[in-house]
Design a protein around this ligand. Sequence first.
Ligand SMILES: [Zn+2]
Length: 410
Amino acid sequence: MELTRAYKFRIYPDAKRQSEIELQLTLSKEFYNLLLEKSIKSYREGNKKLSMAHLNKFAKEIENDKRFLQIYSQTRCEIKYRVLKAYQNFFRRVNEKKSGKRIKVGFPRFKSKDRYCSITYPQDNGSFAIVKKNKKHILRVSRIGGMQIKLHRSIEGRIKTLTIKKRGGEYFAIFTTVKEVELPKVENTNPVGIDMGLNSFIALSDGTKIEKPKFAKKAEKHIARWQRIIAKRHKGSKRREKAKLNLQRKWEHVANQSNDFAHKLSDKLVNSGYTSFAVEDLHIQNMVKNHNLAQSIYNASWNRFIQMLSYKAESAGMKVIKVVARNTSRQCSNCGNIQDMPLSIRGYNCNRCGMQMDRDINAAINIFNRATLGQRGSHAQGESVRPQRGAVLEELRTDKTHPLLDAVIA
Ligand SMILES: [Zn+2]
């Protein structure tokens, strides 16, 4: 099968290229927002679907303004995909709300200058190239020009896309590559369930617990501090812009730490002798928006971790299985009893069978059972258990996008 990887390198555009990048980002942002505006208008007029055909039509109208033709044609195409993706999320949430979930659903948001920080060249068809000049590597990009690139490791596989990203005043080039590989065959003899713990970062059905990483709490302090500073400074002032840059750097730093943590943990799990992984189907973005910054950093780390685990497990010939998340904490993994479990209670003490267990481990065993037995499969002694349909939602497949790519582009 084809495996996708992402590589991120620092690039050093001179003043002229920086202004070219700036121009491309500004135009791309405007293009994105105009596409979104037209999509929302069409939705309001009763057109409840949005397809690529619609977006192509909208794009044609927008391109009547010749300024937008300065954006490379395939980059424009990629912007349409970004809008489509934002819309698919929106439709998913609309459906979830219809089916009874208590969530707020708003249209995808317009991007501000600070939120639109990358441009993508989808295919390596001559729109970009790396050349060597006087012992230095130069990245040449259509509509931008040549920039020095620091290739700190070699790129393996065939390059598919290039993304230029500006973050915290620094510039990066991110390549995705594909490589054809032969997957090993793994017999599923040692599956494990993983719970996103309340007291731990994750808990496993075999009793293992992984502590929450410390960086989230630290980052929370720094970020809150810079947010306060920005709020105090005058809009449009130089000092405010400077503070915003600092905040962006803090976020970039947390994203790197989170990536690093997810990398190490997923490596560890894939190399621990487990043969498949069961996880809850959590749409974390849809979880109650809480104002606890550290918790939202944990949630993002969890997402990242699951993406990486899926990607690495798959590359190693193992599966990651998503199960229905309902009641994983409230159900007794021994007798199937369901009882209230307030967040303050750390242990599961079953009021029916008397089982006592760490709450996160109990949840991990439930997840394990759902993947291997069935959703409500009680497995009390003597009872036969048949797998129930609908317990396993899907096997996660990750060959389309690379977790790192989402992470670095976001
Ligand atoms: Zn019980």
